[in-house]
Design a protein around this ligand. Structure first.
Ligand code: PGA
Length: 258
């Protein structure tokens, strides 16, 4: 069973530098997407904007999310944000384990711990995985397998049913991308991810119901193909989510997928 509607996730990273800019982008997208009923859009600004943007949520079609690890310590901390703060600011999703976060030294174990902490609240972690490069011997499959094993071994069925997995091949992300991932490559990896989850002893119905989205240089021209040919349940969009017009065009393409 596929996820009901394709997910379109905007990952603003740290690229919107003012509150006014964040508000303008969020409200423009939210208003324009009201008639788009065939997808669910999730906008993920940095945590600092979430409280403010929570007041601007106007449509069920556009949900507020955020990005980054939260505090799992349950103790008094300076400089950290808790899952309750995120939830009370009206965010409902959090992107964690992004390759840029991993490049700063965050491990799969920490990402797992964060996901489990986030899931104690009615929040959904968007958990990123992906290989840094592709080699001729296909060792990148092993990279994905290892990430999944650490993240999700004995994770718990009730938690697995509330996550989103984002497959983001690191070599296809950002302005330094080597090339774009082809829809066929995306399709093979998504099938491999589901097979690996089956190997981790999750039930086939559960595995089929987990939304797996694709991210990496998604733009207006290739967006549809990752869903129609690539088998993705949605998209995680970086650069192309920073411009309202471009992001709305992507949403329009996804809204038309039958
Ligand atoms: P990109 O970023 O769309 O700019 O490649 C995607 C991501 O890093 O999530």
């Amino acid at each position: 069973m596929k996820h009901k509607k394709p997910l379109l996730i905007g990952n603003w990273k740290n690229q919107i530098t003012s509150i006014t800019g964040a508000e303008k982008l969020f409200t423009t997208i939210s208003k324009k997407l009201i008639p788009f009923k065939n997808l669910e859009t999730i906008i993920c600004p940095p945590m600092i904007y979430v409280g403010l943007l929570g007041k601007s949520v106007i449509s069920r079609n556009v949900v507020l999310g955020t990005q980054g690890l939260i505090d799992v310590s349950k103790s008094v901390q300076t400089g950290l944000i808790t899952r309750e703060m995120v939830f009370n600011s009206r965010a409902r999703y959090i992107i964690i384990g992004h390759s840029e976060e991993r490049a700063r030294g965050i491990t799969d174990n920490e990402i797992r711990e964060n996901a489990l902490c986030i899931l104690q609240q009615p929040l959904i972690p968007i958990i990123c995985i992906g290989e840094t490069s592709r080699d001729k011997n296909h060792l990148y499959f092993e990279v994905i397998q290892n990430q999944l094993a650490i993240l999700f071994k004995k994770f718990g069925v009730e938690y697995m049913s509330r996550i989103v997995i984002a497959y983001e091949p690191v070599w296809a992300i950002g302005s330094n991308a080597k090339r774009t991932c082809t829809p066929d490559e995306c399709k093979i990896m998504i099938a491999f991810i589901r097979k690996t989850l089956l190997d981790l002893k999750y039930d086939i119905k559960l595995v089929q119901s987990i939304p797996i989205v694709f991210g990496g240089s998604v733009d207006v021209d290739n967006a549809q193909s990752y869903i129609t040919t690539g088998g993705a349940d949605g998209l995680l969009v970086g650069r192309a989510s920073l411009d309202a017009k471009t992001f709305i065009s992507i949403a329009n393409k996804i809204n038309q997928v039958k």
